[in-house]
Write a protein that binds this ligand. Sequence first.
Ligand SMILES: Nc1ncnc2c1ncn2[C@@H]1O[C@H](COP(=O)(O)OP(=O)(O)O)[C@@H](O)[C@H]1O
Ligand SMILES: [Mg+2]
Length: 200
Amino acid sequence: MIQLNDEFYIGEGEIRFCYEHPHNKQLCIKIPRPETTREYTNKELLYFKKLSKRNKSKYSYPFYSDFHHEEATNLGLGQIFDLVRDETTGEISKTLEYYLTENNIIEDKRLKQALDVLKQQMAKHKVFTRDLRARNICCKLNKDDSIELIIIDGIGHRDFFPFADWFHYFSKKKVDRTFTKWHFDSLEDQRQFLIKDAKK
Ligand SMILES: Nc1ncnc2c1ncn2[C@@H]1O[C@H](COP(=O)(O)OP(=O)(O)O)[C@@H](O)[C@H]1O
Ligand SMILES: [Mg+2]
């Protein structure tokens, strides 16, 4: 059984806690909060199962943190995902929220470009998210000075009749709507949204 403790803690949200995998630096383990239902986790894992059939060699970069398998830990059953690390330092990548609110080393123009690439990849490969918040996206810093935005949480969608899974036209519309809904049409709008959200 995997032993987790504070030494491996990365962060947490409303659904789960995230830890570095003690034996593999490229992976993280997510532990659902006690109030998170198994049904919720199962739904998410089902969507990843569907995604596993995608041809990933066609992705321009790995734009979401993929699910691997489940493992028992001292804190309960955990879900193992890719851990996002900066290529420049090997450190765990910070979230887009961090770069929008706490550290302005990345120019807005570059963040906007990276968001456009993420959006295009999501539409092209029909990968949807129900929770496109800046804190659910990691910003990976690469050695060649490029950045990559990687979705770490919220993958999946609830549409009963999933047209968007089949036709590019619908898939692009759906991704456009998601970006608008989560205030990503401009970074000014996104910053305003984060300020309002923090006050709640
Ligand atoms: N794959 C990952 N790579 C790097 N950091 C991560 C990763 N997954 C989660 N984190 C960090 O842990 C926090 C909580 O994880 P998250 O999966 O978003 O939990 P929740 O589902 O409860 O919102 C994130 O906001 C981020 O800071
Ligand atoms: Mg989250």
